[in-house]
Design a binder for this molecule. Structure first.
Ligand SMILES: [Zn+2]
Length: 116
């Protein structure tokens, strides 16, 4: 685990990421981004910066769940949750997250399917 600065649309978040999460966040432009990672736990985030307040806060941002849905976005991909990280002071959006699930992963629970 290491601390990274993750850019969002309205500021940034400082968070502990695994190597795998850091790879997802790296879009190859010299910055890491919040959006591709999926949802981060509050405990993993240590600070947030709000463009609107022009201030850095020594706390995780608030997590605002916008939608808890099972929206099919592709053949094998379901959007299960969508939401935002928001400023603790003014509630501006720091960044957004989306959580996806692949159908074949959930299908593993179906191993008990009767065979013919
Ligand atoms: Zn703010």
């Amino acid at each position: 685990m290491a601390e990274f600065k993750l850019q969002g649309s309205g500021g940034y978040v400082i968070a502990d990421l695994t190597e795998e999460q850091a790879k997802k966040a790296d879009l190859g432009v010299g910055k890491l981004f919040l959006a591709p990672i999926g949802k981060l736990e509050s405990e993993k985030m240590s600070k947030h910066y709000c463009n609107n307040c022009e201030a850095e806060f020594a706390n995780p941002p608030k997590i605002h769940l916008e939608e808890n849905t099972n929206e099919q976005v592709a053949d094998n991909l379901v959007l299960v949750e969508r939401g935002q990280y928001t400023c603790e002071k003014c509630n501006s959006i720091i960044g957004e997250y989306r959580v996806f699930k692949k159908n074949d992963e959930s299908g593993e629970a179906g191993n008990a399917r009767p065979s013919e």
